[in-house]
Design a protein around this ligand. Structure first.
Ligand SMILES: N[C@@H](CCC(=O)N[C@@H](CS)C(=O)NCC(=O)O)C(=O)O
Length: 200
């Protein structure tokens, strides 16, 4: 399998965490393909129409994209415990994945605004509104019990919090959210998360 990859992408990180946790990582060849909305990159193997990463070319030649799709595909290739539960817990796992992905979408949009758009065109109110979304989502997570396993919801949330630390180090999200912070400190010690930490 070939995976379009960047070590800084939290969506790629989700895929790599699942690949490590399921023992599939050695079957995946990573293709460096940094993503930028201003320079859509469709060169090389496993390029997807939206030019986003991750994208996975399976051994059967099928192109898959969007991290939830790729993660669920990988989860069907191993015999261990499922990261996408079938029965009880499925909707909670998918909802948590959606919440983490939504936080990432808001955060990445703000990062693009602040790094790609010329300073005089940056829209502060809009960035603040996006930050308001991810803060409300973090507040909702503080009210949840997350120490109930390790499925795709937990994987996504761990990668999400790691991304906030990586790209928004001044966010101080832990201050008013001690339970979420404690959960993250413990889950971040898993080898799959340690091995996929963003550079720097
Ligand atoms: N919903 C997608 C989001 C993927 C995404 O936004 N990836 C970013 C990198 S972190 C990207 O490729 N950005 C380039 C672009 O938006 O053109 C997923 O879950 O895989």
């Amino acid at each position: 399998m070939q995976l379009r990859y960047a070590a800084t992408s939290p969506f790629v990180r989700k895929v790599m965490v699942i690949a490590i946790e399921t023992g599939l990582v050695d079957r995946i060849e990573t293709i460096a393909a940094p993503g930028s909305p201003l320079k859509p990159n469709r060169d090389g193997p496993a390029a997807a129409p939206l030019a986003k990463i991750p994208a996975l070319l399976t051994d059967e030649g099928e192109l898959l994209y969007d991290s939830p799709v790729i993660c669920e595909y990988l989860d069907g290739l191993h015999d261990g415990a499922r990261f996408f539960p079938r029965g009880k817990g499925r909707w909670q796992a998918l909802r948590r994945q959606a919440l983490g992905d939504g936080i990432l979408d808001a955060a990445i949009t703000v990062r693009y605004e602040m790094t790609l758009r010329p300073a005089e065109l940056q829209w502060r109110d809009w960035c603040d509104a996006q930050a308001g979304k991810w803060r409300a989502a973090l507040d909702a997570l503080e009210a949840e019990r997350l120490d109930d396993g390790f499925d795709i919801g937990h994987v996504t949330l761990a990668c999400t919090l790691g991304y906030l630390d990586f790209r928004f180090p001044d966010e101080a999200w832990r201050e008013a959210r001690p339970r979420l912070a404690a959960w993250y400190e413990s889950v971040a010690q898993r080898p799959s998360l340690l091995q996929t930490r963003p550079p720097g």
